[in-house]
Design a protein around this ligand. Structure first.
Ligand code: UTP
Length: 502
């Protein structure tokens, strides 16, 4: 470990001497801990980091109109418009790759979930489904099921490794949660947790923020910290050892995520893509989501604020938005592409500025919880590597089937626990009806079909289908066709066996 003298010198060179202002007040233990933290800081890069943060925050926000073009149609697949034969061929291809252990999933779970406002990792959140399953459990069971589907199809005994990127905030509780829940039936060696880097939060004038007298305010470096974390933790080597060639990357908060989606994977593999993104059609032109597109031929995500409203509102001959490919943070990467990013491009990724309220100690040593934003957090985004792709593809899916993120507490109008729960239950009602079942209320009266597509609407019934029974609505007709099902209903493996025997 570096000495106090060395650290002091490093901080002075970085223009950050104030970090040690309360040193004389710290006891031995606090000093040892603080010195350890400071030792982990990249002191050589600290000045540049602070100056870059202050300059980026002072720059006017990028606005105006970027000259964007849609991804060329031959590089887009769609569950809505591609023909059924192609969709089926892609599904087969994906299942075949999965059966040969060539597919892994990677969860981005290092975020602090400040908008949801819970003190534990978002994956441990229970949105109030009848089963009370957490997001982590739902995802684990979907991995289980997709392995089973590939095995049944190909007579294999495959595994889909689950790489989980955590941060200082989420690693220990996530690890404990998985251990306490026996990894939800998955093989523990196939659940690989690793940690992303943390970087200091900075004031608007470029000073590192002290969160305590002996503690710097640190934040994870954004979900684009993935690429550094893959190298730091030798994840690409692990993938190579296992023979994993394709990675399906997603965010923890999307309750409808199709883990290792064989259709998406099969599509990307068939197109020879090195990088791909799932998209949903934007709900309305000014919807605040990034748009997957090209700028001067280079694939990327352009923020909604950078697109002129007239451009955003353009519609094609069929009435669809021309620039309507909304990014939902579900991506495909080949291992070879990730290797190339790690070796050649990671250092070129430019961090984005997030202005946040960062608790701090003032110069008198008082703890302050700011009421307005006072600090800058620099974050990289996972999609920042799209421009380095040589063969980028996009795949359009239906929002009501695949995208319902949990971002906010129920006090907000959208993307909250209620909308997440409703979208999943409504989907399961649709699946049951499509399989030929009639859902009944608790008095035995038939319920109206699940026509609703808005997650804000209450579902027609409390009907929850375990991912262990059906991954995406498949295989339900055998057990549900012609059945009257009283709700509330949890269709788990035991109930499924009962129904099949009837
Ligand atoms: P969000 O941008 O929604 O952030 O992350 P968040 O941390 O979950 O929530 P807020 O903004 O504090 O309310 C999108 C995805 O990226 C992951 C999150 O865990 C989530 O899956 N993420 C975010 C990381 O893995 N690392 C980060 O540094 C930031």
């Amino acid at each position: 470990m570096s000495s106090l003298e060395a650290v002091t010198r490093g901080l002075e060179l970085a223009g950050q001497r104030h970090v040690l202002q309360f040193w004389p007040e710290l006891d031995e233990e606090e000093r040892a801990r603080f010195l350890q933290d400071l030792d982990l800081l990249d002191l050589d890069g600290l000045r540049a980091h602070c100056e870059r943060a202050a300059a980026a925050a002072a720059a006017p926000p990028a606005g105006g109109d970027r000259s964007i073009e849609p991804v060329p149609p031959e590089l887009i697949g769609s569950v809505r418009t591609s023909d059924p034969e192609s969709l089926s061929a892609w599904r087969e291809e994906g299942l075949m790759q999965i059966s040969q252990n060539r597919v892994g999933v990677l969860l981005l779970a290092g975020g602090q979930g400040t908008r949801l406002g819970v003190q534990y990792p978002k994956g441990m959140y229970n949105v109030g489904l009848p089963s009370n399953k957490t997001l982590y459990q739902i995802q684990a069971e979907r991995i289980h099921k997709i392995q089973e589907l590939a095995d049944v199809k190909h007579g294999s005994r495959c595994s889909v490794p689950w790489y989980i990127m955590t941060s200082e905030f989420t690693l220990a509780p996530t690890q404990k949660f998985f251990e306490e829940n026996s990894y939800f039936g998955l093989e523990p060696s196939n659940v690989i947790l690793f940690e992303q880097r943390m970087i200091p939060a900075v004031t608007f004038d470029g000073k590192v923020i002290l969160q305590g007298k002996g503690k710097i305010a640190m934040a994870p470096d954004g979900n684009g910290g993935l690429y550094q974390a893959l190298v730091d933790n030798k994840v690409l080597e692990d993938m190579r050892r296992r023979g994993v060639e394709y990675l399906h990357v997603y965010c923890v908060d999307n309750i409808l995520v199709k883990m290792a989606d064989p259709v998406f994977i099969g599509f990307c593999v068939s197109k020879g893509a090195d990088c791909g993104a799932k998209v949903v059609e934007k709900a309305f032109p000014t919807e605040p989501v990034g748009v997957v597109c090209r700028v001067q031929g280079v694939s990327q995500v352009v923020e909604y604020s950078e697109i002129h409203p007239d451009t955003a509102g353009l519609r094609g001959p069929g009435g669809d938005l021309v620039h309507g490919a909304g990014n939902i943070c579900i991506h495909f990467f080949t291992r070879a592409f990730l290797q190339e990013v790690a070796e050649k491009f990671e250092s070129q990724l430019k961090p984005h500025v997030a202005i946040k309220k960062v608790p701090f100690v003032d110069s008198e040593g008082n703890q302050v919880k700011p009421t307005k934003p006072n600090g800058i957090k620099m974050e990289k985004f996972v999609f920042d590597v799209f421009p380095f792709s040589r063969n980028f593809v996009a795949f359009e899916v239906l929002r009501e089937e695949e995208f319902s993120p949990l971002k906010n507490a129920d006090s907000a109008a959208t993307d909250n626990p209620t909308t997440a729960r409703n979208s999943l239950l409504t989907q399961h009602c649709r699946w049951a009806a499509a399989a030929g079942a009639t859902l009944l209320d608790q008095h035995g009266k038939p319920l109206p079909p699940a026509a609703s597509v808005s997650p804000a609407d209450a579902p027609p019934a409390q009907c929850e289908i375990s991912p262990l029974v059906s991954y995406f609505g498949e295989g339900l007709d055998l057990m549900l066709k012609g059945k009257n099902l009283r709700t509330p209903l949890i269709l788990d493996l035991i109930k499924a066996q009962d129904l099949q025997a009837q």
